[in-house]
Design a protein around this ligand. Structure first.
Ligand SMILES: C[S@@+](CC[C@H](N)C(=O)[O-])C[C@H]1O[C@@H](n2cnc3c(N)ncnc32)[C@H](O)[C@@H]1O
Length: 199
């Protein structure tokens, strides 16, 4: 049965029951390098990454529950032992959701722009998020962000530059393509690709 999926969900509401999984039950090799896909949505990037990067684990995070259920089904059907997705907002609890205690890559692909100033606190790549993630990232670990919203790109770049723990590097091709990137390419919509390395 098809399920209605909201277009937007407030990421700052409460997510009761949001707890990290027992890592050995979701990853065959919990000690592998670890990537986060924040705003995994329908999972195209997550699944493509898991197939292309068998020596990495990836954790998708998504605040729309029906999408999480669908992606979990696809992970199981594809027998992927290096991908998982959780329902909720893990900001403020990143260490709990990091199996090795270290983050090697963070992907924030086409995050919701939350245009109104009063909603900026809902944006993903905030100064608070950068402080938290930066403390867990190994030297040279990457933050990769994409957006087709120029004002949001400028805001993310400003936060990354202001943090002081990241240096801009030449963007490298991603191991997989997200649904929104695919949409932009198909419709010839321009978008930005930011890549920063933890210093
Ligand atoms: C525009 S979609 C982009 C999806 C996908 N990354 C892509 O590139 O196709 C943004 C997604 O982020 C989710 N989202 C927004 N805030 C979030 C948060 N704090 N944590 C996890 N997911 C979030 C939304 O529900 C939505 O599915």
């Amino acid at each position: 049965m098809s399920q209605r999926v909201r277009t937007h969900a407030n990421p700052l509401r409460r997510f009761p029951g949001l707890e990290p999984p027992a890592w050995a039950t979701v990853y065959a090799e919990p000690g592998h390098r670890f990537a986060l896909d924040l705003g995994a949505s329908t999972g195209e990037f997550l699944l493509g990454f898991a197939r292309a990067m068998p020596d990495w684990n990836i954790l998708g995070v998504e605040v729309r529950r029906p999408l999480v259920e669908r992606v979990l089904d696809e992970i199981h059907e594809a027998n992927l032992a290096n991908a998982h997705v959780v329902y909720g907002n893990i900001a403020g609890r990143l260490a709990d959701f990091t199996p090795t205690g270290r983050i090697d890559a963070v992907y924030i692909l086409f995050p919701d722009p939350w245009f109104k100033k009063k909603h900026h606190k809902r944006r993903l790549l905030s100064p608070a998020f950068l402080a938290e993630a930066g403390a867990l990232m190994r030297p040279d670990a990457r933050i990769i962000a994409m957006s087709d919203q120029t004002e949001l790109t400028a805001w993310m770049r400003e936060n990354l530059e202001a943090d002081g723990h990241f240096a801009a590097v030449t963007p490298t091709p991603l191991p997989a393509i997200s649904a929104w990137e695919e949409h932009c390419r198909r419709t010839q919509r321009t978008y930005d690709h930011l890549e920063y390395a933890r210093i």
